[in-house]
Design a protein around this ligand. Structure first.
Ligand code: KG4
Ligand code: ZN
Length: 335
């Protein structure tokens, strides 16, 4: 079954062609990060304008690279939420239009669940139950994965998402948006013990996360100070260490499964991967694969097409075409 996936939930416009939920034939992504640099975060209106300009060329390119035409496509899958409402609406409207024009079934897919699926899509059978971590610009989730479409939420953030904290710390350090990869880069030459930063604990919810206090500590460390390049690197390394120490600790406190599955842009970080490998030496860790130079931890349409395939099989049909964008949905099951 050939699935066209479409992803427009934030600042990346992506289209992919995936066969049978796991064989990625193409994944084409255009980012509008350049437009947001000067604002220190995604400017929704600008992201939407870019989606409108590039979505059809991106879909066209994905089909071309996969060597398929509209006739070969059996199903269309699109991100339904969560995300920026305007951005979601552009992807959903385009997907509905194509579904009608091409007479193909269409399914709406949950973006967060798709991030987790990215780590599973190449596997021949997943060791389950497992522990899942979604660490992205919009989400910080710790969950138990019982099966595809069956999850139990164990912990989430009560304030900032972890990627959001990286981006804000990046701005405090004078780095352009998105700060995450640049903070990682700067941290490489810094001392992770240079500053005594610590992420928060949430009263009576030991598996929940809080990063706003950590972010404020960074603010106090840099505000009105003329930091040397070495000190800036120490701030980046100490912040990163504190944030990841907290994630690793909470994953260790959670009920353990047969494997750990990771998704979301922050999982692109090498230091995070090393810390998990050190803490969990005897359990398989599954990170999203890289396709054509693009780390599928980051937003991409291949994960949407892959999960869409399973949703279609589970439901035996596509969604009714009047489904709406769900910008804030917390529902992470696809059924
Ligand atoms: O999953 P994603 O592409 O989009 C969302 O669904 O949010 O994640 C983007 C987030 C941004 O906050 C970005 O700064 C962060 O992931 N990120 C990183 C790294 N690469 C991307 N954070 C830390 N280290 C990285 N290498
Ligand atoms: Zn995402």
């Amino acid at each position: 079954m050939i699935v066209l996936g479409i992803e427009t939930s934030c600042d990346e416009t992506s289209a992919a062609i995936v066969r049978d939920g796991k064989h990625i034939l193409s994944n084409v992504t255009a980012s509008s990060a350049d437009l947001h640099e000067r604002y220190g975060g995604v400017f929704p209106e600008l992201a939407c304008r870019r989606h409108i300009e590039v979505l059809f060329p991106v879909i066209h390119e994905a089909c071309k690279q996969a060597g398929v035409t509209s006739q070969d496509i059996d199903l269309i899958a699109v991100t339904q939420g969560p995300g920026l409402v305007g951005a979601l609406l552009i992807g959903i409207s385009a997907a509905k239009g194509l579904a009608i024009a091409w007479k193909k079934p269409l399914v709406g897919v949950n973006h967060v669940e798709a991030h987790l699926y990215a780590a599973m899509m190449g596997l021949e059978g997943c060791p389950l139950p497992g522990l899942g971590l979604v660490l992205s610009g919009g989400h910080t989730l710790l969950l138990q994965i019982l099966g595809l479409g069956s999850y139990r939420l164990l912990g989430t953030t009560v304030d900032d998402a972890i990627g959001e904290a990286f981006d804000k710390v990046g701005t405090l350090l004078g780095l352009p948006y998105p700060g995450g990869p640049k903070v990682e880069q700067l941290a490489l030459s810094g001392n992770p013990k240079g500053y005594a930063f610590k992420a928060g604990n949430v009263k009576k919810s030991p598996l929940d996360f809080s990063f706003s206090g950590l972010k404020t500590s960074v603010l106090y460390a840099v505000r009105d100070k003329k930091l040397s390049e070495n000190q800036r690197a120490d701030v980046a390394a100490s912040f990163q260490q504190a944030a990841f120490f907290d994630v690793v600790k909470k994953a260790s406190l959670a009920p353990q499964g047969k494997a750990l599955f990771f998704g979301g842009g922050v999982c692109n970080n090498r230091r995070l991967r090393t810390m998990f490998a050190e803490q969990f030496p005897n359990i398989p860790l599954f990170w999203p694969p890289v396709f054509s130079g693009h780390d599928l931890s980051l937003d991409n349409a291949a994960m949407i097409a892959g999960l869409g395939y399973h949703k279609f099989l589970a439901n035996g049909r596509g969604d009714a075409l009047d489904f709406e964008a769900q910008p804030r949905t917390n529902k992470i099951i696809f059924a």
